[in-house]
Every structure is written in structure tokens, then in C-alpha cells.
Design a protein around this ligand. Sequence first.
Ligand code: DGT
Ligand code: CA
Ligand code: CA
Ligand code: ZN
Length: 577
Amino acid sequence: MPEYDNPAIAAILDTTADLLEIAGADRFRFLSYHKAAHAVRAWPEDINALASQERLTDIPGVGKKLAANIASILARGSFPEFDELTAELPPTLVALMQVPGVGPKKARTLYDRLGVTSIDDLEVALADGRVAALQGFGDRTAVNIAAGIQSYRTFGARTLLADALPLAEKVADSLRAHPAALAAETAGSVRRGKETVGDIDVLVASHDSPAIMEAARTLPIVTRVLASGETKTSVETTAGLQVDVRVVAPDEWGAALQYFTGSAEHNVRLREIAKGLGLKVSEYGVFRVDTGERCVSDSEEAVYAALGMATPPPELRENAGEFESAVAGTLPTLVTLADILGDLHCHTTATDGKSTLEANKAKAAQLGYEYLAITDHAWRLRMVGGLDLDDLERQWARIDELNAEGGPVLLKSIELNIDDEGGVDYPEEVLSRFDVCIASLHSGWGQPREVGTNRLLRAMENPYIDIIGHPTGRILRRREPIEFDMDAICEKAAETGTALEIDAYPDRLDLSDAHLRIAMRHGVRISMGCDAHEASQMHFMRYGISTARRGWVTPDVVLNTHPLEEMLALLKRNRTA
Ligand code: DGT
Ligand code: CA
Ligand code: CA
Ligand code: ZN
């Protein structure tokens, strides 16, 4: 029986939810599977350890029944309800639902009427006109679905870093522990900290390649060996993700790690630079073109040094200015997780969070934080219980009590909603009573670029809006960013002293790396928050840090790398008051 980790279990629970929805089950039933999947993904402890201690129900949203289902997956790869569903519907149908423009109803119709079970089937049915001919579909729907397949193929099929990184580390750790391995590291987009990854790459240094290839094929999480040769093995894992394991000779380690870390764009540029120096770079080393002699290959630093430059951190290797900095010796010292002294964005049971103030505070203490901003939703998000003034007074009183007990300081805070004119939920006399305010866009997708820009510009003029939360509102693989003029926003942010957030929630990572590079050029201050809706999600900070590093963010510009008093003094409200 292959081994399941948290993302692998979550994937099966999500598939169950999607199949239930396609089968027409009631909303409550399928949502309970999605909720549990979400919680399993975020849970910091390994699911196997939890199961063996009979503590699966510690995970929020996992009751007795779901715990039994999870235990059954761990034991035999499935559970009775899943067996029944997959007897009726092929599990590949859920991939159809990932295509923008195809929901559960359309997926069902495509299956019932045309026998479509995969995206490949769907493309054939679109091409020969059978989709357009279906009742309730038509030409326009068919065109939309075709466009949806395009966008699914470009970004929908990728895996969130948060689902890949723990697995990648586990594979690298287990291969590193192999007696024949001298070193093992993750490479590729995982090592570069990219927000989504196509597959996992792991590099191993060894004199005994067959032994490492055998170890790769027999990793406990393997469900299928896709290919296995002398130096490369590709496997599919229980989470559905592909892992490529490559073996190199120990004296080629540095050159190979450099090459397989990429990115492809970075490597292309590196080879051009080498050419100009009469050198050639490959995964085997740096060679002199005239004599064919190998200069260096054993460490990454030696490879870059041979080309006359410092070693850019993996997160910067996107050919986005790192070569110029590496040659000039001006590579930035990037922010690290250890620099973070607090979290500036979380929710509680007062609105749509699942954890209490007390639980969030306990988690902040466990993470060694000095402070935690409590940023529940404001009044206008009534849908999720947005707070009115009475609610706020109650929360503040409780925060005062908890702060009197010592430990991490809870900051009285809020996540405001920016309306279509750039206004927010409360008048200034209320806003002035918070320690810090975030304001976010929660509506208006598809608005013209000018509208989005103006809403944010107006909001930043408010002296009490210290931070713009998840500025573009993107949800990876599901929702495009709100369009706005990033240069204009950054200029205003720098001018008014408004911080822009990196929302570290794994499917947001908003601002993105590309936007952060613009923000850094403008000297904008950055705020980091997990947007945790459950205390365990405060562990997501590391993914925000990966994005920050990809965006060239240095520790000093981040609000919450500063001790409490210093951080408060940097807030807009305290600078202009
Ligand atoms: P991914 O998996 O799509 O998230 O992105 P990567 O960057 O991990 O790409 P992947 O897995 O195809 O290859 C890993 C690294 O190996 C890549 O970043 C650079 C290097 N590499 C692989 N194949 C090629 C190639 O054909 N040309 C170049 N220049 N580099 C390659
Ligand atoms: Ca990869
Ligand atoms: Ca790969
Ligand atoms: Zn939030």
C-alpha cells in the first residue's frame, strides 16, 4: 500500500466532494468534504502520525465519520462512499470541473450524453461539434469551454507550492538518508519557491546510481513508475504529483544543482554570459571552449564565480535582474522566516474564522511571535458576520484582558472592505480607535482597470488605512487578479506611507513576485499576514516568505520584521498623526 501524506488525503477528499456535487448530492454534504480537505492540507502534523494516535478528529471539520474515511484511505487507498461514487462516475470527471466554464452540471451532461470522461475527450467532442449541439450548450458555450481548456492547460494543471513543498522535502530527506547518497536537494521550481509548480525535481549525488534509482522507484509515496533509466527516474505519487529524481556524480554536484534549479530563462542567459567569456556551462560543469578543459563543477558558488559573479539565491533565478546584481556584487539580502516577529492578518470565530482569539494567541506564542493583528471582517461583509460597533467593543475588551495576561500582544485591528468609490465600512472616528487597519477589495472583479485603480488610490488617501490587503484579489488557479495600474498604486503607497500586503495564504500569495519587484522599485513598505481562518494556518507564513524573496523583498521594508513599538511607529496612522 503506498503511503499517503496530507496533500494526498486532501486530494481524495476534494475528489469525493466534486464527485458528490456531480452526482447531485446536497450542498452541505459535498462542502463538508471540501472543508475537511482544506483543513487536512493546512494541518502541520503528518496525517499518519495523527491516525496512529487516533487523533484525526483534532483536525477542524473532521468528525468521526470523516476520521474513519481517512483511516480507510491510509489502510487501503479508498473508503466505502468513495467506492460507491467511483462505481457510478469515473473519478477523472473531476478534472473537467477544473476547466473554467464547466461546472458540475455541465460535467454531468457531457458524461451522460457524450461519454466524455477527460479533458482530452472534451477537446475531441468540441472539435467535432458535438458539444455545441448539446441542448443548453450552443456555439457560445462551446467557445467558452475551448478557451477554458486553454487557460487550464497553462496554469490550472499546476500544483500549489504548499501542496508540493512538504512532499519534496520528504523525498529529498529520505534519499539523503540513503547509504549511497552523498547529498540530496530539491531543485527546479520548488527550490525557486515558485507559487505553483509543474512537478517536483530532486537531485542526488552518488557513486551508485542504480541504488538511488531503485530507492526512487520504491519511495513509499509512489503509485506508479513513469520512467526509470540510468540517471533519471520519474514517478507519480499518491498526491497525483510527478517527482523527477536525478543522480549525478559527486564532482558534478554544483553544476548539476545549478542547471536543474533553473529557471530555463535563467540558464539560457547564463550560457550566453559564459559564451562571451569563452566558456561553456552544462549540467556537468563549466568548460573552456578552446581546450575543452573543465574549470569547475563541484559547487554552485564555484560555477557562478567562474562566470565572474556572486551566487543569486534560487528565488531570484528568473532572469529578472539577478545577473546585473550578481555581477555588480549588489545582490540583496532577502527576508527570511526567522525575520518575522508577528502576523498582521488573521480571523477569529467573531466572523468567518474557525479559531478563537485565545487559540490564535496560543499559536502566535508557539511560533515565537511578539504580536498578532486580529483582523476580522468589517461591518459590510455581513455575509460572514462582519462586526458592528458593539461587536468591536466586545472584542476589544477581551483583547485587553488577554493582553494583560502577557505573551504575544494582540493588536486591535480589522479587515475593511473597499467599496466602488474607495470608501470603507466605518467613519474615521471609529477607524482611529484601531491599532492598525487593513482594507481589501472583496468585490468588483471584471471592473475596468481605471475603476480598480481609483478605488485603491482613494482608499490609500484615508489616513487610517495602514495596509492594503491581498491587493489584486487573485486566487491561484481560480480567479484572475483585479486589473489596476501597479505603478500608480505603488507611487501612491510610497507617498502616503500605506503598506501593501503579501497575503501568505497558499492560493493567494498576493502581491505576486512580479508585483513585488515593482513595489520594491518604488520603495513601498510591505506587510505580511497569513489571512488565517484557523489557527494552524498561521504556518503558511513560509509560503509568503518564498514569494517575498522572489519579489526581492528585504527585511527592513517589511513592517512585521520590526519589534512592536518600532512597527507601530512605521504605520501610516502614527506617522501622519
Ligand atoms: P515546473 O516544473 O514547470 O514548475 O518548472 P521547473 O523550472 O521545475 O522546470 P522542469 O521541472 O521542467 O525542469 C527543472 C529545471 O531543469 C529547470 O528549471 C531548468 C532545467 N531544465 C530542464 N530541462 C531543460 C531544458 O531543456 N533547457 C534548459 N535550459 N533547462 C532545462
Ligand atoms: Ca519541476
Ligand atoms: Ca521536472
Ligand atoms: Zn482576511
